[in-house]
Design a protein around this ligand. Structure first.
Ligand code: BDP
Length: 690
């Protein structure tokens, strides 16, 4: 053998040991690895405990041959499904608590976090995913393939593949503490309550249950008419009440631990109690009463807005505050994090903390409807952290959104938090490899809202990318991986949502999308035939004098829906945080910001900074190549290319559009536009790849 052949063989061996094997992402953050033997003593053999034992046996990375005790019993340090870890094992008051303890322990072993004397309690009782899955298999605002639950009327039989997938889904949810799923779209088809569909719901519920997951359904308010053939769906009508009673009984016969209903009523064309001159409370209470004997709950959404209200941001508060105290105790009002609609940045909804006699739960959006679908890398934990940790001042300083909803300030009988899911049939479940981090982060924050985004990014990155079987470089292997991959990738993730804000809607801009796809820029979108609050021009109000939505006391007065001192702080342009500036104020183009720049220049700088940030992500990612498998490396690399193009289109489209009103030059330091305004409007290069 000559030297060349020897070095060739050597090279192949080296490559085999160092290259990470291709990963398609299907195993999420639960990737299989080697495990050490462990002996488990478990008191009980429920399906949930069996799963707990199975997980420990398959994933134990502690001392080989350790003995671990799983014990269930009351302890005053434990709340709900909380758990305790110590050197002897896991203790919890419920079987579910044991399962959560197992996942927590295994996560700590994998990420190198200490598992000595841990006491962990969930912040919210219900930690739900809301699937906007339609029965025909499409997913509203879903960007990762078709529904994992539905395939249409003609395909209701449950296959072995379905079962496997649902089990994998349930396991992933449980591993981050998610304990409930709403299986269908809030724009609900009445058909979901048809016996044929309920059979499939039961099959799903049976598979989710051993992972501690409760099943809920979205229901259509006019089901009594559309499914039951009744003449009315008036919630005070005796026959209607009877219809819901019988239907509810039918559901509980099939699914004894069914969770309850999620309702979108009198919103975006959906039917509701107001169609019959009744209130949201009348509608919600009727359902709450039929669910009460089974301990079921109603999650009633506050996402309402009508064309009569001059400022859409005010509507939910105006409609729901007068009803505070009128709801049954098994009703929770489900409120989106912001007053408009899951924008890249919104202030928190003023309903949080304001409804003191009614349980309120936050609704977050995991699917990236307004943050680049599954084409853009946007780690959302910082956005949710920002909302949950915002101070409402409702009961004095420190009344954060989280504390106003988790039962610490108001003693609600039920507490909950929901996330609109980003799952689909794509092999990696979520489309973008980094979108998985948002599913993970939602579960972790719903369990513990005091966690920082940094901690969550750290855990997820280690679990999702670190491969103990790979020698990452010549020196001390862990150190290399942490420096070469973990640190830069975490920094990129933590910056990513702000980058999206910068290149799409900085300084308080919101909802300036093109038409209904909620993807590319469309600040020009404002046809007279469309209801004003469905246009972009309504939200930015740009003219030659200035830009922004005046929600101060001299404008729509939406600021007054917030508690003092926040209301005054937002009202005053000098104290309003700049990130919310154009949300609350209409300002002249030459208004001076804290940086000393004019508003116009600052807008341009933010758009430019956003694209520079994404260009930075491209560089960061390219350097990670030695530390990640080829499949995921290339996929993310390609997606970042597209994101840069998207950012360019956003920047050029918005700057050139607003320049027509500002009549000022683009600051000299900044790169010039690449696309012309008319070109963007006409060709929408953002969709070139489709
Ligand atoms: C909006 C979505 C729409 C949803 C609606 C909702 O564009 O598809 O149906 O929210 O939350 O964000 O009901």
């Amino acid at each position: 053998m000559n030297i060349k052949t020897i070095s060739g063989i050597f090279c192949i061996i080296l490559c085999m040991t160092t290259a990470a094997r291709a990963e398609n992402g299907h195993q999420l953050w639960l990737r299989k690895g080697k495990a050490n033997p462990v002996t488990i003593v478990c008191q009980g053999s429920s399906p949930i405990l069996k799963n707990a034992v199975k997980e420990l046996e398959a994933g134990w990375l502690g001392e080989p041959g350790s003995k671990l005790i799983l014990s269930v019993g009351r302890d005053k340090r434990l709340k709900g499904d909380g758990f305790m870890l110590d050197s002897r094992g896991i203790h919890a008051s419920t079987d579910k608590g044991i399962l959560y303890g197992v996942y927590d322990l295994l996560r700590r072993q994998k990420t190198g976090e200490s598992a000595k004397s841990v006491v962990s309690n969930p912040a919210y009782e219900y930690r739900l995913l809301n699937h906007w899955d339609n029965l025909d298999g499409s997913v509203e605002r879903g960007y990762a393939g078709r529904s994992i639950f539905w395939r249409g009327d003609k395909d209701l039989a449950v296959t072995q593949n379905d079962r496997v997938l649902w089990q994998e889904y349930a396991r992933a949810c449980a591993s981050v503490g998610i304990n409930a799923s709403v299986l269908n779209n809030v724009n609900a088809s009445p058909r979901i309550l048809d016996p044929e569909y309920l059979k499939r719901v039961k099959a799903i519920a049976d598979i989710l249950r051993p992972y501690g997951i409760k099943t809920f359904l979205s229901v259509n308010f006019s089901s009594p008419v559309r499914l039951g053939g009744l003449k009315t769906s008036d919630p005070l009508d005796k026959d209607v009440i009877r219809w819901w009673k019988v239907k509810t009984e039918e559901i509980y016969k099939l699914i004894p631990d069914f969770g309850g209903f999620l309702v979108k009523a009198n919103s975006e064309g959906q039917p509701g109690p107001q169609d019959f001159g009744r209130t949201h409370a009348d509608g919600a209470n009727m359902m709450a009463d039929v669910l009460k004997p089974y301990r079921g709950i109603v999650m009633w959404r506050a996402f309402v807005y009508s064309s009569q209200e001059k400022d859409r941001a005010r509507q939910a508060y105006n409609e729901f505050m007068p009803l505070d105290g009128a709801f049954r105790d098994n009703v929770i009002i489900q409120v989106k994090n912001g007053p408009i609609d899951f924008q890249p940045r919104e202030p928190f909804s003023p309903l949080f903390g304001a409804m003191k006699k009614t349980a309120v739960m936050p609704e977050l959006q995991i699917t990236q409807e307004y943050l680049g679908h599954s084409y853009q890398l946007a780690f959302l934990a910082p956005m949710w952290e920002e909302c949950l940790k915002s101070d409402t001042y409702q009961e004095g300083k420190g009344s954060t959104v989280a504390r106003c909803t988790d039962g610490s300030i108001f003693k609600y009988p039920y507490t909950a938090i929901a996330g609109v899911a980003n799952t689909g049939l794509d092999l990696n479940w979520c489309g973008h490899p980094f979108a998985q981090a948002n599913w993970y982060a939602f579960g972790r924050q719903a369990w513990d809202h005091t966690l920082t985004s940094e901690q969550i990014a750290d855990e997820w990155t280690k679990l999702t990318f670190y491969n103990p079987d790979v020698a990452y470089g010549k020196s001390e292997k862990h150190g290399d991986w942490e420096r070469g991959f973990l640190k830069p990738v975490k920094e990129m993730m933590l910056e990513s949502r702000e980058a999206v804000v910068n290149y799409s809607m900085p300084l308080g801009f919101h909802h300036i999308f093109s038409a209904d796809d909620h993807y590319g820029p469309g600040p020009w979108f404002g046809p007279k035939s469309v209801r004003p609050d469905w246009t972009s021009v309504y939200y930015h109000q740009a003219d030659t004098n200035g830009v922004g939505f005046n929600r101060t006391r001299s404008g729509s007065n939406a600021v007054s829906q917030y508690h003092e001192p926040l209301a005054s702080q937002l009202n005053d342009v000098q104290t309003c945080p700049e990130k919310y500036l154009l949300w609350f104020h209409h300002l002249p183009w030459d208004f001076k910001l804290k940086s000393g720049k004019t508003l116009w220049d600052e807008i341009c700088f933010h758009y430019d900074h956003g694209i520079q940030q994404v260009r930075g992500f491209q560089k960061t990612w390219d350097l990670t190549e030695p530390y990640v498998d080829k499949q995921r490396f290339l996929q993310v690399q390609n997606l970042l290319m597209r994101q840069t193009l998207d950012a360019q289109v956003w920047k050029d489209g918005c700057i050139l559009y607003f320049q027509q009103f500002s009549r000022r030059p683009v600051p000299y330091d900044l790169e010039r536009p690449v696309f012309g305004l008319e070109f963007i409007k006409k060709k929408r290069p953002i969709l070139i790849f489709e």
